[in-house]
Design a protein around this ligand. Structure first.
Ligand code: FES
Length: 86
């Protein structure tokens, strides 16, 4: 999993079973950097307070309170280059 961009436009790109997925990398709880959290299978954990996010959908799958979805983006692979459709 890698992060790219800055500020509110920062995204993360993750490889899940050979397919690439992208989502906004700023946790909407209090702005934690999702691209710096631990990644397992298809989920990333926010390093600040532990919310868990499905990188294939941008949905929060676990937290102590409901959090809105983060935008998820389509990733297109052309050769060695990844393009994220935003
Ligand atoms: S900032 Fe991500 S869970 Fe609080």
């Amino acid at each position: 999993m890698k992060g790219a961009g800055k500020g509110e436009n920062k995204i993360l790109v993750a490889n899940v079973d050979g397919k690439f997925y992208a989502m906004r990398a700023i946790c909407n709880h209090h702005g934690g950097p999702l691209d710096e959290g631990p990644f397992y299978e298809k989920e990333v954990t926010c390093p600040w307070h532990g919310s868990v996010w499905d990188v294939t959908t941008g949905k929060c799958t676990w937290f102590s309170e409901p959090l809105k979805d983060e935008p998820a983006y389509k990733v297109v692979v052309e050769g060695d280059t990844l393009f994220v459709e935003m």
